[in-house]
Design a protein around this ligand. Structure first.
Ligand code: ADP
Ligand code: ZN
Ligand code: MG
Length: 476
């Protein structure tokens, strides 16, 4: 029997507001423990929370970007549970009236698209952090993160494979970063994802019992954890056992998911409306204002790149995955770069160098003007495409412009036919057997001769002229 996976994601993203959700404390990451706290976020009795308007705006902005219906009237609820990183004994969240309802995100896999439905988006506050370090028989609590605005996005169970889950997360991360509402840093935990997974025989309508997986802090771990969990469930079902509904933790060291706790139900949390906060009334004028301020989103930009610049889908996807990268590219086009040539250089050389140093385009030492200068030298036949790679590396490392490097290193392309002819003659004279075989029809040897000539000219001979002359001289 064939089985298929059913997956729904719950994504938490920390919003990029200056201050916390219900108090004025800073949300900055990495400060000394417990230095960004106040009576409100450490849960002193008698304090009153005040809603952060910016956080509400960010959630509405996100909702508009992913096609949700924005609730004109929503409210906060108390979600009661006990854990040391939650000083109040409850988390302020939203329950029956979330800020955004429905919506969807389109993902692209192998040039076909799939629509993943969203259930809701709501606003809540983050908890603090328990630190289980050191030898003592105690744990420490850092409440700097307690009360940080957290946006929770819940998908419908529309995802069918680990690959789709990863593509969804990549797209969502791109959207959040375009909007500037979340930095999308999965390692630091500002974007976190829990995955609900079940399996069922292909063709069956009803869903199977699901488990929830936590602790996957990278795209790769999401994929690995889901692959593992789907296999585990299929094995159980095939041997006639039942899946237990529970929360499981991904252990990236062991590469397995392990049972953490039994699943809690909504009634365990004793939700009730937060009595200390007024409901959120988002009037249509405000919503329209936010809508008017929306930037061009990854999908629109991708489609525009395909149409306007005639770029392949693959190029457009890659160039628009980061807003700053897409802007870098478009600046290059404005400066006269041919779109496809520019895209090739960005996708191959530039991304290779950036990835090697784990740098973003904002941190790129090479300026777009520099790359355009390099393209110009190729276009005008001053250097060959091959030499250009050497120049590119030098530009990236030294920040010098292409022309200077070409002059300093004497890399100007040889286009003088006489000089090239000499190199061609020498290559033929030095390899008489290969020349005979070529004349007898073994045309694969053309590459061999080109290689010899490039070696002799240190890669500087104009490849078109080399090819022409070789063919002329070696024709039977
Ligand atoms: P719960 O009541 O357990 O919190 P929800 O219905 O609220 O479950 O759904 C939580 C998440 O789990 C959503 O992302 C949803 O798409 C997903 N989900 C629900 N049922 C299943 C299932 N049988 N298999 C996989 N995912 C599911
Ligand atoms: Zn505070
Ligand atoms: Mg639920």
């Amino acid at each position: 029997m064939q089985y298929e996976a059913v997956i729904g994601l719950e994504i938490h993203s920390q919003l990029l507001t200056e201050s916390k959700m219900f108090c004025g404390c800073s949300t900055r990451f990495g400060s000394e423990p417990n230095t960004q706290t106040c009576p409100v976020c450490i849960g002193m009795p008698g304090v009153l929370p005040v809603t952060n308007k910016k956080a509400v705006e960010y959630v509405i902005k996100t909702g508009l970007a992913v096609n949700c219906e924005i609730s004109q009237h929503s409210r906060f609820a108390r979600k009661n549970y006990f854990y040391p990183d939650l000083p109040k004994g409850y988390q302020i969240s939203q329950y029956e009236l979330p800020l955004c309802i429905g919506g969807y995100v389109d993902i692209y896999i192998d040039e076909s698209s799939k629509r993943i439905g969203l259930t809701r988006i709501h606003l809540e506050e983050d908890a603090g952090k328990n630190i289980h370090e050191g030898a003592g028989s105690y744990s420490l609590v850092d409440l700097n993160r307690a009360g940080t605005p957290l946006m929770e996005i819940v998908t419908e169970p529309d995802i069918r494979s680990p690959r789709e889950a990863v593509e969804f997360m990549k797209k969502l991360r791109a959207i959040l970063r375009y909007l500037g509402v979340c930095d999308g840093n999965m390692e630091q935990g500002s974007l976190r994802c829990d995955a609900n997974v079940s399996v069922r025989p292909v063709g069956q309508k009803e869903f199977g019992v699901k488990t929830e997986i936590k602790n996957m802090n990278s795209f790769r771990f999401i994929e690995k954890a889901l692959e593992y969990e789907i296999k585990r469930q299929i094995k159980l079902v095939q041997s006639g056992e039942r899946i237990i509904q529970e929360t499981r933790l991904w252990d990236s060291q062991k590469g397995v998911t392990e049972s953490m706790r039994s699943k809690e139900e909504a009634h365990d949390y004793r939700y009730f409306p937060e009595p200390d906060l007024v409901p959120v009334d988002a009037d249509s004028a405000w919503i329209n204002d936010i809508k008017a301020g929306l930037v061009e989103l990854p999908d629109e930009k991708r489609n525009r790149f395909i149409n306007k610049y005639n770029l392949p889908v693959h190029d457009s996807d890659l160039l628009t995955s980061e807003k700053a990268m897409s802007e870098w590219f478009e600046e290059g086009v404005r400066l006269g770069g041919e779109p496809k040539a520019l895209s090739n250089w960005i996708m191959s050389e530039l991304m290779k160098f950036l990835n090697e140093e784990n740098k973003s385009i904002e941190e790129c030492p090479l300026k777009i003007e520099g790359l355009i200068g390099l393209l110009r030298l190729i276009d005008t036949n001053v250097i060959s495409g091959k030499i250009a790679k050497t120049v590119f590396e030098e530009m990236y490392k030294t920040g010098k412009d292409a022309e200077t490097i070409v002059k300093e290193k004497g890399l100007v392309q040889i286009t003088d036919e006489g000089a090239i002819e000499k190199a061609v003659d020498e290559a033929i004279a030095g390899n008489p057997k290969e020349a005979e075989r070529f004349k007898a029809g073994d045309e694969k040897l053309l590459g061999f001769f080109v290689g010899q000539i490039m070696k002799a000219t240190k890669g500087k001979a104009n490849p078109q002229i080399v090819n022409q002359l070789l063919k002329k001289k070696l024709s039977p």
